[in-house]
Design a binder for this molecule. Sequence first.
Ligand SMILES: *[C@@H]1O[C@H](CO)[C@@H](O)[C@H](O)[C@H]1NC(C)=O
Length: 291
Amino acid sequence: MHLFVVFLLGVTTLVRPIQPLDLYNAENARYADFPRRRAGHRLAAEECVFVLATPHSGSTALMDALNQIPNYLIRGENWAAHYNLFNAYQRMSSIPQSPGQSYIHWREHRQASFHTVKSLYEAQAYQRKLPFFHEFQVDRVLIATRAYYKVLFGHYGNGVVAGFKETRYVCGTAFGSNQCSEQFSAYLHFLRRTCIRTKVFLLSRTDNSVHANPDIFEPLTGGQKLLAERDLERTHQLYDDYVRNNPEHAFRVHMEGMFDHKRNATLARNILTFLQEDPFLPIQFTRMPPK
Ligand SMILES: *[C@@H]1O[C@H](CO)[C@@H](O)[C@H](O)[C@H]1NC(C)=O
């Protein structure tokens, strides 16, 4: 009987799909403003700047403009390195909720010492088999994530603002068409927790129409094209809404503004002001050769 229950538990644990972590529930809200002293400032990059962009919207030009700020290093596409970190974070954060953990109220033992954890083990070990015993904790996953980011991307130390630009964070690519809004929010939330201070640029063309985005839509036909139209429209909405709701750490850029000689000097100053840099630093969106 006992063995059968353990077996069932084992099977259900194995086949149970990995739940995407709900980053907004009460349990996780606590970590949203993860105290700096607990993360340890040496384990987290101080300042990060990320550029999330729709394809063919001038993200390399924006990246190059930001890289003209002396202490900035914004990398190009990172082939999902950071997205994989996000996925790992979500999966690892769901481990404490796994069914094999329910016989101990781990939440009450978040700060438990090694000695206490061993005692908890000892208290159970005579009563049951403990194949899933572990004291895995979500806040450590966050610390580990920050350390990983810091070592890979933020290793030049304080004073250097490091980040990347990526065009995969759009509906239909990194984020599923049907859950784009949830996944976008979760990812932005994650970006903000990766570093002590995070700033985000959300870049696209001004207009999300087929006509205004020939590079995206030209290769597509039929249903694929319709879906892509919906995805791009949704992405624009998400970018707009996010910046409207988070102006202190998010800034909306439209590609056309970077190349319009009447407006681009103002845009450059606004970007520098947003970054709390000298607004008169000479940065240019048009330094690179056209494609
Ligand atoms: C604005 O655009 C003009 C014309 O393309 C260019 O010469 C100038 O350098 C640009 N200014 C900035 C700040 O990029």
